[in-house]
Design a protein around this ligand. Structure first.
Ligand code: UGA
Length: 438
């Protein structure tokens, strides 16, 4: 089939590359000319494992092209995916103006009826608004009547290609047999290659599945972070608690890693958005407000620990390891490390920051921070270290080497990168998440 992907950011480009890998002809559109220029020149302008290779393959086979022009993008396509951002506004609700603007442009430029797919994460009932916008624009300009589908993505940054090529499920919400038929045909190559559940629903249900899934995963993380606080107070070990809980197949071990809390462009925004749309519909989702509160508490934990272990932190040299919101990505959006570094700077600490891939994304934010190209450079002579992202290269540092590098034997391990026991044996004073405070 031939399709357009409007917005070739993290979600859009992965969608385009994976659809091309399944034999569809894809035109990626973005209004950001520098992004389109870079993609046309063959360079993916951010880091995502395997994406560059898949994009190269699609382009070489003639299955992916890029444009900034709507008429060109929509020419002869069956399906148009909306993959633009829905950033959070001050009141917690997502800004849907980009989605509306794309819907208007589609209606103005399409020369035949399309299936318009919302892939961007949006609150329930956004499909109705898209349909309304498409209809109003079509009436105003004598255009075609289009159908609206919700097809949420469940990809994680860092494993986006794997998650999209081999998903746990495909969810498609449509309100007509025709739209369901088109989407089923689109996904048939994937289903033939990778037999996963295909969940066909109405539009509103599909929209809700996305918010409910992300909010549930965020709540799982906050739950274990709350248990971690109790473990610290009681002298128990949260990792053993999580492992033993995880053996129960009804619970599962995934997303029970206690730590610095969730960040990224999805969970913080989606939890807020779900609270907001629930309230708008007349339901107070108090449980999610608590999920959010516990997450804020998790991000404040390292500085509390540092003050406990060092007393005053002003003028102390503090090594911060990791600024990406999780390993495997250079994305720093809503990264918990940002709050940690901001708080350290407010307290007058001298921060030496290391991250294997994400430093360029924060250089302008903190002129006073020392950006370290190597992890040992960050650690050498520091009074304490805080781990904020669990990159493998940090786990490989032995307690002995850490002892040689740091001025004081003080560790705040906010991602449980190291064995607390191993560090204690090597003479460190350690604050690890969810284990007895020493
Ligand atoms: C998340 C979801 O996992 C995807 O299914 C979804 O498609 C995506 O949002 C989205 O809506 O686009 P992502 O934000 O890439 O994916 O990252 P995750 O791997 O889910 O991690 C989110 C945050 O939770 C990270 O900061 C991570 O460090 C944290 N986390 C995760 C924990 O603190 N503990 C855990 O056990 C797991």
């Amino acid at each position: 089939m031939k399709l357009a992907v409007i917005g070739v950011g993290h979600v859009g480009l992965v969608t385009a590359a994976c659809m091309a890998a399944d034999g569809h002809e894809v035109v990626g559109l973005d209004t950001d000319t520098s992004k389109v220029d870079s993609l046309r020149a063959g360079t993916v302008p951010w880091y995502e494992p395997d994406l560059q290779e898949l994009v190269d393959k699609g382009a070489a086979a003639g299955f992916i092209s890029y444009t900034t022009d709507f008429s060109e993008a929509l020419d002869g396509v069956d399906v148009a995916f909306i993959c633009v951002g829905t950033p959070m506004m001050d009141n917690g609700s997502p800004n849907l103006s980009y989605v509306q603007s794309v819907a208007s442009s589609i209606a103005r430029h399409a020369r035949h009826p399309l299936v318009v797919v919302e892939k961007s994460t949006v609150p329930v009932r956004t499909g109705e608004r898209i349909r309304q916008t498409l209809a109003l624009e079509s009436m105003a300009h004598g255009g075609e009547m289009h159908e609206v589908v919700s097809n949420p993505e469940f990809l994680r940054e860092g494993t986006a290609i794997e998650d999209t090529l081999r998903p746990d499920r495909v969810v498609v919400g449509a309100d007509s047999e025709h739209a369901h038929g088109v989407m089923r045909a689109l996904y048939q190559p994937l289903l033939d290659r990778h037999g996963c559940p295909y969940v066909a629903t109405d539009v509103k249900t599909a929209e809700l599945i996305k918010h409910a899934s992300n909010a549930f995963l965020a709540t799982k993380i906050s739950f274990i972070n709350a248990v971690a606080r109790i473990c610290e107070l009681a002298g128990a070990d949260v990792e053993q608690v999580a492992d033993a809980m995880g053996f129960d197949h009804r619970i599962g071990r995934a997303f029970l890693d206690a730590g610095l809390g969730y960040g990224g462009s999805c969970f913080p925004k989606d939890v807020e958005a779900f609270i907001h749309i629930a309230a708008e519909l007349g339901y107070d989702f108090g449980m999610l407000r608590e999920t959010d509160r516990i997450n804020r508490e998790a991000k404040a934990w390292p500085l509390h620990q540092l003050r406990r272990l060092l007393w005053n932190v002003n003028d102390k040299e503090i090594a911060v390891l990791g600024v990406a919101f999780k390993p495997g990505t250079d994305d720093v959006r809503e990264a918990p490390a940002i709050e940690v570094v901001d708080a350290l700077l407010d307290d007058g600490a001298n921060v030496r920051l290391h991250d294997p891939v994400a430093l360029d994304n924060v250089r302008e934010r903190w002129p006073e921070v020392s950006f370290c190209g190597g992890v040992e450079e960050a650690l050498r002579g520091a009074h304490a270290v805080i781990t904020c992202t669990e990159w493998d290269e940090y786990a490989a540092i032995t307690p002995e080497r850490l002892r040689e590098l740091l001025a004081y034997p003080v560790v705040v391990d906010a991602r449980n990168v190291w064995s607390a026991e191993g560090l204690r044996k090597a003479g460190f004073t350690v604050a690890s998440v969810g284990s007895p405070l020493t």
